[in-house]
Design a protein around this ligand. Structure first.
Ligand code: GAL
Length: 329
């Protein structure tokens, strides 16, 4: 009798067990600290609902395409979540996934609208780059005293014009292009005179920004009044170069008083927030990777349930979930 009861319980348990959806996440490069944070949240929160596996393309679209093909050939995933290496590479990915009729959520690197329009099960979760550029301009406005007619001591040469250098992310990336344009246009709209001494492309990378900043400081440290960085990782590289520049100057002249150029970043990664508390970073704009990950999971669950009405986020124009940025100083 006992045996039969046990068998019955086992049968009921196995019979009722539903299959856990198989979800594959493809990220462009896990050595990018912002992406690493986002993908960790995706995994930690996602594993409550999905059998979730992450694949790192190490910044190669060719590798990412191969990884996607391999997953599609080996198993039948229920959902793909993709951070493309090249946003234009989304076209090929969409065409491939469409043949399998699997839903796909892109994030962080926004595909072109005409590519999204190619498939009825494709979505994008991200944040509006315009907003982050505007917030950086507002932070700078605060920094210089809020009155375009009379800048405070940040205007070192007292010409009532802001001499700035911009560190730009990857060329062609929507965030790099739009943030760079909007921080300038917003400052101008607020009434400020700006003089962009240089725009330096450092591909989101701390090391690249460090090397460029080192070379830059050697030739024009004293002329720069504000540094705008398209992300925090590059801001961290600039901070390190600035600290080394000061040490060198103190070594050369013991009366040298280190003067820090204010830096404004974007992302709110942990190490940058520590720098902010220590005063080495003037401000940043939080690119909310936590909320972005939660929105991706929520959208994934709704897609698998075939019930977009159950979404806890607003779906704009049928494709997009936008997560707002936040200012921090
Ligand atoms: C941006 C982020 C950068 C970098 C980039 C990668 O949104 O601010 O730090 O991670 O995405 O695509």
């Amino acid at each position: 009798m006992k045996k039969i009861l046990c068998l019955l319980i086992i049968m009921i348990l196995f019979g009722c067990q539903t299959q856990v959806p198989k979800v594959h996440v493809f990220v462009y490069d896990l050595s990018d600290p912002f992406i690493k944070g986002l993908s960790q949240t995706l995994e930690n929160q996602g594993k409550r609902h999905f059998d979730i596996v992450t694949h790192d393309a190490q910044n190669s679209q060719i590798i990412q395409n191969e990884m996607i093909v391999e997953v599609l050939e080996k198993e039948s995933p229920h959902l793909l979540i993709v951070n493309p290496v090249d946003r234009l590479g989304a076209y090929t990915i969409i065409e491939k996934v469409k043949q399998e009729n699997i839903p796909i959520i892109f994030f962080n690197r926004e595909p072109l609208l005409r590519d999204l329009e190619r498939y009825d099960q494709v979505y994008y979760v991200g944040s509006k780059a315009e907003e982050s550029g505007i917030f950086q301009a507002q932070i700078i406005s605060n920094l210089v005293g809020g009155n375009p007619g009379k800048l405070n001591a940040v205007d070192v040469n007292a010409d009532n014009t802001l001499q700035m250098v911009i560190f730009k992310g990857e060329q062609g990336h929507q965030d790099a292009e739009i943030r760079t344009d909007f921080v300038q246009s917003e400052l101008i709209d607020l009434g400020y005179e700006i003089d962009v001494l240089k725009v330096i492309i450092a591909n989101w990378s701390e090391t690249e920004a460090y090397n460029h900043a080192k070379a830059l400081f050697d030739v024009m440290y004293d002329e720069i009044e504000v540094i705008v960085s398209n992300n925090d990782a590059m801001a961290l590289g600039i901070i390190q170069a600035m600290q080394e520049y000061h040490t060198l100057q103190v070594d050369l002249d013991e009366n040298y008083v280190p003067y820090a150029i204010p830096i404004v970043g974007i992302d709110g990664i942990e190490r940058a927030l520590i720098m902010l508390q220590q005063g080495a970073l003037y401000g940043t704009v939080i690119n909310d990777s936590y909320q972005q990950a939660l929105a991706i999971i929520d959208l994934g669950l709704a897609l698998l349930d075939n019930d977009l009405d159950g979404l806890n986020y607003t779906l704009t124009d049928g494709y997009y979930i936008w997560i707002p940025y936040k200012k921090v100083t």
